[in-house]
Design a protein around this ligand. Structure first.
Ligand code: M6R
Length: 609
């Protein structure tokens, strides 16, 4: 998820200043590198965010039009050479891009054969080269851009500019949002309305497959097949901050609403569904070594640790590898017994959590293979591990980890297929998991669509001082996660517990004012969960159950409230169950009058011990 901003106007020569100001309001979308281009002044790029770019851009960075970008890396390290805009070999075409071009390797190969030389590792760089190639034949920028876009597979939000026609900018959308701003004598392209709003409130949201041309005077939209199309103009009455949150009240809510798209991005290009295989490019180099691995130790903190606990079930059941899960903060203070046949797998959204990082270093010191499941490309953990898989979840701004957690679970499921197929998982089983993974985005969407009923539930229970979360097997870590979210956002006592442990202590807390959230999916341990719920009800404890749609309804008769989630296979149920628990914690916190994006005493990235 990167930030794009582009401008063309006939009002003066300060495109540079307009673009830099606009980028600032897009900073929440990405901040590992930034860049700007105007035909009059050329391009300037830098690692870091807008402040770094400002330092490099001279005061006299003139231009009547230009394009700019903030990057959240997906391909290639966040370095100056990988920062956008990228240009064609002749320096005539300039492109900024948000998304992933899946077929960039084959396109790059074809272009290299024609003599094109590439300067970066970015998938984006192939696009200006492709346009350059088509321009040689069509001599028409719009036609060349359309022809090039028709060759792409993957997702994109794009703005491009041709030095030969400096007033004209082309935008395109396929999966990554693009909005046009319609001003008086000036027009804009952006990833969301926030940088446009200081200039105009009239915007047009492009749809997938749209290609738009803007000039200072107007705009026109075509489909990829060149047919004309018109899109409605919307008047936006959000302020800039509301626009950054996509009109949602908080980043946390926005990030939860992004979950279906995040799962699609995490899966993109990684499933060979008809063969029941997972293709994890970041593990290719160590694939042979992984065949000889006898044990995996997952290291992580907080929510990422709970993802690891779910991963333990997935990998042991489906890949047949012994797995242990360790808190990053404890790992190196024990004397972990490791060798070359051990893989230490770090899970971290930020890639900077110091305890997880130190656990990786300990693994390295002791000769283990180190791997990462990391969201932030180029982060320290991503750099220091031997190999790994990126989440592609986009920047997570809310302190509570939500979309990244869901994405971590998806990567772990992919890893279970990847390692499982190395170790005897049948094609049939691989296909079944792949099919269910592909169905997740729609199922998550159906849960999110019912968010108002979760909100009502949060309102009902907001007076509670305590909350217990119980689950079994795959859903025990989800009980821990539900409790962590509630306590970190609402500052009340919340405890996660394996339901089988209730009778060993926690059930003593239960009375008529101590509610329990029971994760009662229709799975192998469902009957046992029903017994646990009976035990709580016998002590008058109120129970909210998470149950499976279309399955047994006995749970409904037992409890005060039920949230139904769609059916999936047992190993993927935690992904669906996490969604209502995250929504519940969000609404509970909001109902208490707190800011769920900035819980007290917490930071997004914990870089000190
Ligand atoms: O960036 P990381 O994934 O390494 O962060 C780990 C934890 O600090 C993080 O998950 C934390 O527990 C969140 N606040 C949970 O919502």
């Amino acid at each position: 998820m990167c930030g794009i901003f582009a401008y063309t106007g006939n009002k003066g020569k300060d495109a540079g200043g307009i673009l830099l100001d606009g980028l600032l309001s897009l900073e929440y979308r990405g901040y590992d590198s930034a860049g700007i281009f105007t035909p009059e002044s050329g391009s300037i790029k830098t690692p870091g965010a807008v402040a770094e770019l400002r330092k490099k851009v001279p005061k006299e960075f003139a231009g009547k039009s230009g394009i700019a970008h903030l990057r959240w890396a997906t391909h290639g390290e966040p370095t100056e050479k990988n920062a956008h805009p990228h240009s064609s070999g002749d320096g005539e075409i300039w492109v900024v891009h948000n998304g992933i071009i899946e077929n960039f390797k084959e396109l790059k190969h074809g272009l290299e054969k024609k003599g094109h030389v590439f300067l970066s590792d970015s998938d984006t760089e192939i696009l200006p080269h492709l346009v350059e190639e088509h321009l040689k034949h069509t001599k028409d920028f719009e036609k060349a851009a359309l022809a090039a876009l028709n060759e792409l597979r993957g997702t994109y939000g794009i703005a491009m500019q041709y030095k030969g026609e400096p007033d004209k900018l082309i935008a395109a959308r396929m999966g990554s949002p693009i909005v046009l701003g319609l001003g008086n004598g000036e027009h804009f392209i952006a990833s969301d309305p926030s940088p446009i709003l200081p200039h105009t409130k009239q915007v047009v949201f492009l749809e997938d497959g749209d290609v738009a041309v803007i000039t200072p005077e107007g705009h026109g939209i075509k489909k990829l097949d060149s047919s004309n199309v018109s899109r409605a103009t919307t008047e936006i009455d959000w302020n800039a901050e509301e626009a950054q949150k996509g009109g949602h009240e908080h980043f946390m809510l926005k990030e939860m609403m992004e979950m279906p798209e995040v799962v699609e991005n995490t899966l993109r290009g990684r499933l060979i569904a008809d063969k029941g295989l997972a293709k994890l490019g970041g593990l290719e180099e160590v694939a042979k070594q992984l065949e000889g691995i006898e044990r995996i130790i997952i290291v992580a903190c907080g929510t990422a640790y709970y993802a690891g606990l779910v991963g333990e079930y997935m990998l042991e059941e489906h890949a047949g590898i012994p797995v242990e899960v360790e808190l990053g903060s404890e790992f190196r203070y024990r004397s972990p017994v490791l060798n070359q046949r051990t893989a230490v797998l770090a899970i971290s959204q930020s890639g900077e959590t110091i305890d997880t990082l130190e656990a990786v270093r300990e693994g390295k010191r002791k000769g283990a293979l180190t791997l990462g499941i990391v969201n932030t490309v180029g982060s320290t953990i991503a750099r220091e591990t031997d190999a790994g898989v990126y989440n592609h979840a986009g920047p997570e701004i809310g302190v509570a980890s939500t979309k990244a957690f869901v994405s971590q679970l998806v990567v772990l499921a992919l890893l279970a297929i990847f390692l499982g197929r190395q170790r005897g998982m049948s094609e049939k089983q691989g296909k079944e998991i792949a099919k269910e993974l592909k169905a997740l985005p729609k199922k998550i969407q159906s849960i999110l669509d019912k968010h108002t009923s979760v909100e009502a539930l949060a309102k009902k229970y907001v007076g509670s001082r305590d909350f217990l979360f119980i689950g079994r097997k795959y859903n025990m870590p989800i009980a821990y996660e539900g409790a962590l979210k509630l306590k970190e956002l609402s500052y009340i006592h919340a405890e996660g517990c394996g339901a089988g442990e209730m009778k060993h202590g926690p059930i003593a807390m239960i009375d008529e004012v101590f509610p329990t959230f029971a994760i009662a999916s229709a799975d192998a341990v469902y009957e046992k969960m029903l017994s646990n719920i009976h035990e709580i009800r016998a002590r008058k404890g109120p129970v909210v159950a998470l149950a499976t749609e279309g399955a047994d309804t006995r749970v409904e008769e037992l409890v005060q409230d039920v949230i139904y989630v769609p059916k999936t296979i047992e190993m993927l149920a935690p992904i669906l169950n996490a969604v209502p628990l995250h929504l519940f914690a969000y609404y509970f916190s909001r109902e208490k009058g707190y800011n769920p994006d900035r819980p007290r005493n917490l930071a997004k990235s914990v870089t000190v011990e």
